[in-house]
Design a protein around this ligand. Structure first.
Ligand code: ZN
Length: 146
């Protein structure tokens, strides 16, 4: 397991240094701001919804490597998904972070690297920040279009 953890650690640092989908979108359908005061993590998340799918994700923020890498990983995992599938994936990730479900690498992609964070309760909020922001963004979008 030691080698696997090292690999995951590298993946987290890679996403932290080269954040995928970082930045603002031209015409976001919805934008939300979330923070994790325990650690000082902040995220501004924007999504573009097209044809009932998460067409694009943009994020900016600051904070620890786990929180920012998680935003990058989440953006890759959910881009292209129907809204309900994206919400289901958020719930799956939440259960993984609480140690209630094993991570599904096929659905999580690189975010599987965060599975080990579940062992460190104080960091779980860091890993969850971007995912909870996504959930909020999708629910806000749904309310605005109903
Ligand atoms: Zn943090």
């Amino acid at each position: 397991m030691g080698g696997l953890d090292d690999l995951y650690q590298e993946l987290i640092l890679d996403h932290y240094r080269r954040r995928r989908n970082e930045g603002a979108l031209d015409r976001p359908s919805v934008a939300v701001d979330h923070s994790n005061p325990l650690c000082g993590d902040e995220i501004h998340l924007e999504i573009l919804v097209e044809d009932g799918r998460v067409a694009r994700v943009g994020h900016t923020g600051q904070g620890c490597s786990i929180s920012q890498a998680a935003a990058s990983m989440m953006s890759e995992a959910v881009t292209g998904l129907p809204l309900q599938d994206a919400l289901d994936l958020v719930e799956h990730f939440r259960l993984v972070m609480h140690g209630s479900e094993p991570g599904d690498e096929e659905r999580l992609g690189d975010a599987i690297a965060l599975e080990g964070v579940a062992k460190y309760p104080v960091r779980v909020k860091c890993a969850l920040l971007a995912w909870m922001a996504l959930k909020d963004a999708i629910e806000t979008y749904r309310r605005s279009t109903n």
